[in-house]
Design a binder for this molecule. Structure first.
Ligand SMILES: [Zn+2]
Length: 119
């Protein structure tokens, strides 16, 4: 188990990928390590819209997809950049570059805690 949230790298706990309200189960396959902020932005969403193509696409699933294939850090490591349709839609849907996250990442960079080594 990674010691960081699987998308934004913050403190985490397990949340449902497909919400139980939409029929999701408690199987490990349906849980993701997320921070409270990401999970609150995700809400019951399972899909998002790519801001470039306008296509609706399933959100990034850390259980089955590789972070580095869909995301990268900005040059100052404060922002998450979507590299694929899925990555871009997830950045928007989960507001991964919300002002609080970006502020905290800048502080973490300053003390050497960030960016994490994400496979
Ligand atoms: Zn998060």
């Amino acid at each position: 188990m990674p010691q960081f949230a699987e998308i934004c790298s913050w403190n985490f706990r397990n949340y449902h990928l497909i919400p139980t309200a939409k029929g999701g189960t408690d199987d490990e396959d349906n849980l993701w390590l997320a921070c409270r902020l990401c999970n609150s932005y995700k809400g019951t969403q399972t899909h998002g819209r790519d801001p470039v193509t306008g296509r609706r696409i399933r959100l990034f699933n850390p259980r089955h997809q590789k972070w580095s294939r869909h995301f990268t850090w900005s040059e100052d490591s404060a922002q998450i950049i979507g590299k694929t349709i899925c990555g871009r839609a997830t950045v928007i849907a989960l507001q991964l570059n919300n002002i609080i996250a970006v502020m905290v990442r800048r502080e973490w960079v300053a003390v050497g805690w960030h960016p994490p080594k994400i496979e």
